[in-house]
Design a protein around this ligand. Sequence first.
Ligand code: ATP
Ligand code: MG
Length: 400
Amino acid sequence: MTTPIEKYIIIHYSEIGLKKGNRSFFEHVLRRNIQKMLNDLPIGPIIIDYGRFLLNLKEDSPLDIIAARLKKTFGIAHFSIAYPGGPEVEVLKKQIVEKIGQTSFRTFAIETRRIDKEYPLRSRKVNEIVGDYVRTTLNKTVNLSQPELRCNIQIYNKKVIFYFERLEGLRGLPVGSSGKVVCLLSSGIDSPVAAYQMMSRGCKVIFVHFHSFPFTDKRSCYNAISLVQTLTKFQNRSLLYLVPLAKIQEIIIAVAPAQYRLLLYRRMMFRFAEGIANKEKAKALVTGESLGQVASQTLENLAATSQVVEMPILRPLIGIDKETIIKHAQTIGTFETSIEPYNDCCSFLVPPNVATRAKIEDLVAIEQKLGDFNDLLFKIYEESESKILEFPEKIQIAGV
Ligand code: ATP
Ligand code: MG
């Protein structure tokens, strides 16, 4: 049993502040996400207060771990460790000097926000009194534009808190606030980055990975699980489908000229993913496609694959070059796994010269020779494995 101590983390949110009508919804989602993110750690209650959160700390709250996790929570602009002070300014100024006495800095600024207008002193007066005291006691210089140390004081609800260092968050929108999407996740570099981008816009991402087992080994599945594990640190809980495409590939290979196979595989993947999206009540599909990056990603081919689904297909990387995507993957932490070798199901019996300008009529004509493939799509759905990955705590990986 740990006792609460008077120390907080003050969390400022980002764009949520702009969402006037929906603000309390966004606040609710963000608070829930923060709670889940920290659910294995000793912390006190999180209070929504005057447009920011106050996370109450306990004596044994691990600050480093908490800070690392808050840095991975979308929707947070920045946060700081905050201390209770005053409420009288004469007490407050001494507490502040005591806290910063050992810190090395030459210039400083005091910034007070008086939310509670019943406090007897105006913000500017508090700045003056505390600033004068810091200046004379510690022999420091005031610099309001570029101080080496910034001390924020907030006065609200008959309480005063103060804090110094500001730790930057990821910003964006809290995961879940924009609804669900289904991401087609290969085990390459691009699609994990695409998934991350959509999380940053408030989407809860469900993952679908296709493999060609038993024609190939299951290495791509292990890579996909590992990628989802990394990405789950940003959304707490992920659902991943591992889908055996081999049966569909077999019938495509039997009837289709080699250069069309890749696009025909893709059209099946999109159909399947749309089925999963409907089942999971997701509203869009997401891919890691980037225009012109490879032969299958020409405008004609993007149109040929999009044509088979009704749902919007989001391609957050469409205009981004590979080098930038790689840098992004390195920052997110997916790059190392993405470059692990694997057998990509899309290259199974596909020649290097895939059709770059496929005509939709040609693809439709070939598909007509496949018979009723909907039964087969349902069959591979039944043969799919689904996994739930969670962060923190339980990471369930059962033998694929
Ligand atoms: P990535 O790094 O994401 O694999 P890529 O440049 O290799 O991208 P492609 O292989 O052409 O591109 O794949 C384009 C997109 O199609 C991927 O970003 C992904 O969304 C989807 N995709 C490709 N292969 C698979 C797969 N095996 N399972 C699920 N989705 C896939
Ligand atoms: Mg790929």
